[in-house]
Ligand binder design. Sequence first.
Ligand code: CO
Length: 134
Amino acid sequence: MIGRLNHVAIAVPDLKAATEVYRHTLGAKVSAEEEQPEHGVSTVFIELPNTKIELLGMLGDNSPIAGFLERNPNGGIHHLCYEVPDIKAARDRLVEQGARVLGNGEPKIGAHGKPVLFLHPKDFCGTLVELEEA
Ligand code: CO
């Protein structure tokens, strides 16, 4: 069912510093910073030849990554994003198998303007999984 790895997301305490690590130290191509108010984060995308890295910084008071950053003050891998051809069909199949979809179960528009859903880490080997329709 899942296809390509769309991105690996890394939550960071300081988005500007993290962007410089990727731009300067690692010599990667980085996007401009974008605020995603609906998701409570600011994002920067790193373009790699075979996938992307999504740097996530907190945005606002109720950022969903605040707890994660409290437990991981230096930052850390936050989620993996897999592409699926039909997000509602993927959700229905996963729910049927007992997997938990976060939020109200309806896809939201993600950072790439495409519908996304998040799946409970306890059901997926301890890893928060994002599905993106591609
Ligand atoms: Co993501």
